[in-house]
Write a protein that binds this ligand. Structure first.
Ligand SMILES: Nc1nc2c(c(=O)[nH]1)N[C@H]1C(S)=C(S)[C@@H](COP(=O)(O)O)O[C@H]1N2
Ligand SMILES: [Mo]
Length: 387
């Protein structure tokens, strides 16, 4: 990684540095020293040896990606050419116009930095005005590497991707959509216990270290045989939907109707490592525009909550962060379908946030006006996780 660290790394206010150092404060290290996958820190065995055997999500039924990356937009507005990246069209001209001012304000290397310093007394203002509207730096695709594996929560077993749905709650006029469901919590995701002696050790923390013939982890059932939720250290999410919550239930084909985008950005884990990654998928903002939030007390809800199927891992976000033009719902990394361990069939990349907000295997996106629960916040980390 020869690229210089981007300027936006500089924290505004105290919050990023206020996030506890994983090694020092990780409760799991004290409570369960044998557990390898303690926190958002790098796993000992970084690369899954099982890539080839993992089930891939259904091939995207989409026209070939005709997209323009933010890098390209920016390069063009700066009068440069970037031939290494895909050329194409952007989904919405309106969106493009809306972001142009960002690109222009950025082309000389984030001119707003001095302003950010002036605002440091008010972290909320700074966050809203600068951090979440500024673009993270982008790179040419030849700088990208295959992202290491780092977090097992919610991806310990293999999901049958044909059973995957993206549930959405809090959507305006949900019942008017053909994908409306009276109870989106009743959906049954089909999980297969992973049987893979080569899987990274981090997925072994709830099973025997060497178990070639047996499942390395099995989801518990409750007394009625239903899969139990929130089975990891942080426990069940406070933001879990009530049974009987209506919403919409999207298939991958529904998602693939959105314009494809590619992005080459730096992924940063709070532990201190970072890697430049080539992501492909659809913009979260495009999904949110297609299925906008229902008003709460006459206005937009402030937050978005996401969780894995059965809620083992979960994250909360400001709606504004989700509308950031680089917040991407990822289906492919390095030009290949996501592997199970990297969050197949759908994960989030949000380059304005640390890795622990970049949830893998998203099963639910819910609008809410109540600050959502968050896996690592429960364990002492900063809720915003901003860069
Ligand atoms: N479902 C899920 N998403 C997750 C995690 C996890 O454990 N489970 N870990 C987070 C953290 S701390 C990091 S650094 C990245 C790691 O993603 P990777 O394994 O694809 O590198 O995923 C984030 N999203
Ligand atoms: Mo992380």
């Amino acid at each position: 990684m020869s690229e210089p660290q981007p300027e936006i790394q500089e924290p505004v206010g105290a919050e990023p540095s206020a996030a506890p150092e994983p090694a020092a404060t990780e409760p799991e290290s004290a409570a369960a020293p044998e557990a390898v996958a303690a926190g958002p820190q790098p796993a000992a065995e970084a690369e899954p040896a099982s890539k080839a055997t993992e089930a891939a999500p259904p091939p995207p039924v989409v026209p070939p990606a005709v997209v323009e990356t933010d890098a390209q937009i920016r390069a063009r507005s700066a009068g440069m050419t970037r031939r290494s990246l895909v050329v194409g069209v952007i989904g919405a001209a309106a969106g493009y116009a809306g972001y142009r001012w960002i690109d222009q304000s950025e082309k000389d290397g984030r001119q707003e930095l001095p302003l950010r310093k002036a605002f440091h007394v008010d972290a909320d203002v700074a966050r809203g005005v600068f951090r979440e509207r500024g673009l993270a730096p982008t790179y040419s695709v030849d700088k990208a590497v295959d992202l290491r594996f780092n977090g097992p929560y919610g991806v310990r077993d293999d999901i049958d991707v044909s059973s995957w749905r993206l549930q959405m709650a809090g959507v305006a006029d949900a019942e008017k959509h053909p994908q409306y469901q009276k109870d989106i919590t009743a959906w049954n995701y089909v999980m297969t216990p992973r049987v893979d002696p080569n899987a990274p050790k981090t997925v072994d923390s709830k099973g025997p270290a060497e178990a070639p013939k047996e499942a390395i982890w099995t989801r518990s059932k409750d007394g009625f045989g239903a899969p139990m939720r929130g089975q990891e250290e942080a426990g069940e999410s406070d933001s879990t939907l009530d049974d009987g919550t209506p919403g919409i239930s999207l298939t991958m084909a529904d998602l693939m109707k959105l314009p494809r985008h590619e992005l080459v950005t730096e992924f940063k884990c709070i532990e201190g490592w970072s890697e430049i990654v080539h992501w492909s998928g659809v913009r979260l903002v495009d999904l949110l525009e297609l299925y906008p939030p229902a008003k709460v007390d006459g206005r937009e809800p402030r937050y978005v909550y996401m969780e894995t199927p059965y809620g083992d891992y979960y994250c909360g976000y400001d709606l504004s962060a989700c509308r950031h033009p680089q917040s991407l719902l990822v289906t492919e990394m390095s030009g290949r379908p996501l592997t199970q361990l990297h969050g197949a069939p759908l994960r989030l990349h949000m380059p304005i946030k640390y890795g622990y907000k970049q949830i893998k295997r998203i099963g639910l996106i819910a609008y809410t006006d109540k600050k959502p629960d968050d896996y690592w916040t429960k364990l002492g980390y900063d809720w915003y996780a901003g860069l």
